[in-house]
Design a protein around this ligand. Structure first.
Ligand code: PEP
Ligand code: MN
Length: 287
């Protein structure tokens, strides 16, 4: 391993907990789930997502507003209008939101609305972006590059930490291999290795790994069984109509069912999967 002095564990039980909001933390004994569409598409879509997911043990919402698309002719995301939709459901449902930034210029506007900044696979080694995230003032969800080794992944996290941001969560989202039956290959060995090597929380994205909705639930359960600190899963009110990644989108009902099926698995590995109760609004006490 290269000189990963900040990311590597200092002792075997060294673990970092990354706080997304007052109630939601990643890396504690409680396994967390982030759910939502690949792309933020409309107010109605986000309302349906938030209202259904908020009733389940799902801790945070996802949704891209700046989308890294393979084709320049594909929809590139709603931009600032999408950020406003995320901010709206965030405040009304009290759930933190995670969304992707693709450039240094997007960090400031996204950090003003979101609780966590996602760095997509295609940018895992965009070193100038990683350096700038050091000063973002928000935790970072760092996705593993499409063909990144574990060492390259760890060093990308080291960049963010070395530039001043201790709030890094690693995300295994599948790597490229020779087989095209699944979109990528979910590397659960990397999840185990990263949790042994580093003190950072490690979550799994079975959606981009599998690329097919019928594979996601079993992969999600396997991820929890092997020690993942959480999951990020794509779902949509009308999955086949998703503007991006439709083939891997779960329905909202399937998403809720999946999360309930994870609870016994979490318990079997000595963890919990529960939603923190939302604090009562503070009352003014008359004296
Ligand atoms: C996404 O989360 O929608 C995404 C584009 O992920 P990745 O960077 O892992 O491909
Ligand atoms: Mn996607």
């Amino acid at each position: 391993m290269l000189d990963a002095r900040l990311v590597i564990k200092s002792h075997p039980s060294h673990r970092t907990v990354v706080q997304l909001s007052e109630q939601v933390a990643i890396g504690s004994n409680n396994v967390i789930v982030i759910g939502g569409p690949c792309t933020v598409e409309s107010a109605d879509q986000m309302e349906q997502v938030a209202s259904q997911l908020s009733g389940a043990p799902i801790h945070a919402l996802r949704g891209g507003v700046y989308k890294p698309r393979t084709s320049p002719y594909s929809f590139q995301g709603m931009g600032v209008d999408g950020l406003r939709l995320l901010a709206d459901v965030r405040s009304r449902y009290g759930m933190p939101v995670v969304t992707e930034v693709m450039s240094i210029a997007q960090i400031e506007p996204v950090a003003a609305y979101a609780d966590m900044l996602q760095i997509g696979s295609r940018n895992m080694q965009n070193f100038e972006l990683l350096k700038a995230l050091g000063q973002a003032g928000k935790p970072v969800l760092l996705k593993r590059g499409l063909s990144a080794t574990i060492e390259e992944f760890v060093m990308a996290a080291e960049y963010i930490m070395a530039h001043g941001n201790p709030g890094v969560v690693l995300c295994e989202r599948g790597i490229r291999s020779f087989d095209t039956y699944t979109r990528n290959v979910l590397d659960l060995g990397a999840v185990v290795a990263l949790r042994q090597l580093t003190h950072l929380p490690v979550i799994v994205d079975p959606s981009h790994a599998a690329g097919k909705r019928e594979l996601i639930a079993d992969l999600a359960r396997a991820a929890v069984a092997c020690g993942a600190d959480g999951l990020i899963v794509e779902c949509h009110p009308d999955p086949d109509q998703s503007v991006s990644d439709a083939r891997q989108a779960l329905s909202l009902e399937a998403m809720v069912e999946l999360v309930h099926s994870l609870e016994p698995i979490a318990r079997a590995v000595g963890r919990t999967l529960s939603k923190p109760s939302v604090a009562e609004p503070k009352q003014l006490v008359a004296v």
